[in-house]
Design a protein around this ligand. Structure first.
Ligand code: PSU
Ligand code: MN
Length: 308
């Protein structure tokens, strides 16, 4: 007999509930980066530092996860630790939510699953490190992250440092155009490249102030727009890997992926680990820095949205 189905679809943390009741600024955060994306204890340290960056920016952080079959928005420190030290916590993509919840499982949520939860709660800003994207070779493998469709279909701004570096950035931007996701870049016309500041891809919409993006997002919602918006935030130059280091690490990681025939949801965690090994850990330091920086921008955005 499986766990009894929950009557309420999501449990809010106290602080998150209070902030939402008061229409205050809240920033949703994912946890697949905690359960699969980073090794212990950096995963927990990064999650704490990310929440801290949101708080310093004047907003309330809402870590999302699945615990004992319950979707939770606003994990406590104990709950975060449970996810971050578990060897069993699943990688919960959006499509996995019904199954993991019905089975009573634990899991860290991806960008796509986080956006589903954020929309349920009415949270309009979501921060991650790097989104999934169109993989190199997707023309034959069909490996296109479910994150992209989720960004298109939930009314939330996703703040990221681009797609993860081993994705095909140009193809991802084409795909986002196809599914009508507005793409903006923070104080640049060049889409970022996760560990490095510049992917080489041009983006029409440069955002200089959080209010610019908040007003555009509001304009869309007033028209009945149900979809999200993507904001690319370049990693601060002092934390960035140079482009050659990123290129070499990505080429190495993609070569290993092909050699070992790894596919599906295991690909991204494997690639992150391979890049980590190739850069002797520098990629993890950069990943931590970029997500903290994204969180500080996300907080500014949440504040701007609360005021317009
Ligand atoms: N950002 C990071 N590290 C991560 C991820 C994002 O800095 O590990 C996770 C996110 O949860 C994202 C997932 O949704 O990787 C993408 O997985 P896939 O490529 O299988 O869709
Ligand atoms: Mn994939």
């Amino acid at each position: 007999m499986e766990a009894e189905l929950p009557q309420v679809p999501i449990r809010l943390g106290d602080e998150v509930r209070e902030a939402l009741d008061a229409a205050g600024p809240v920033v949703a955060l994912e946890t697949s980066i905690v359960t699969q994306g980073m090794p212990f204890p950096t995963n927990l340290e990064t999650a704490r530092a990310t929440q801290e960056a949101v708080r310093r920016g004047g907003a309330v952080p809402a870590l999302i996860g699945v615990l004992g079959g319950k979707l939770v928005c606003g994990l406590t420190e104990d709950e975060l630790e449970r996810l971050g030290t578990s060897l069993e916590a699943a990688k919960v993509q959006k499509r996995d939510l019904p199954r993991i919840i019905a089975q009573g499982g634990d899991g860290g949520v991806t960008v796509g699953a986080s956006l589903f939860a954020a929309a349920l709660c009415g949270i309009e800003v979501f921060v991650t490190g790097g989104i999934g994207g169109v993989a190199p070779g997707a023309a034959s493998s069909f490996d296109i992250s479910a994150d992209l469709q989720a960004i298109a279909s939930h009314p939330c701004i996703t703040v990221c440092a681009g797609t993860k570096a081993f994705m095909d950035v140009a193809a991802t931007l084409e795909y986002l155009e196809t599914i009508s996701v507005p793409v903006a870049v923070w104080r640049s016309h060049r889409f970022p490249w996760f560990y490095s500041t510049d992917s080489g891809a041009e983006v029409e919409w440069r955002v200089n102030e959080p209010e610019d993006l908040a007003r555009a997002f509001r304009a869309g919602r007033r028209m009945g727009w149900q979809g999200g918006t993507l904001l690319g935030v370049p990693i601060p130059p002092e934390d960035a890997l140079d482009a050659q280091t990123t290129r070499e690490a990505v080429d190495y990681a993609l070569g290993e992926l092909e050699r070992r025939a790894i596919a599906g949801k295991d690909a991204t965690p494997f690639l992150l680990q391979a890049v980590f090994e190739h850069t002797a850990g520098a990629s993890l330091v950069a990943n931590t820095a970029l997500i903290r920086h994204n969180a500080s921008i996300g907080a500014k955005l949440a504040l701007a949205l609360a005021g317009c």
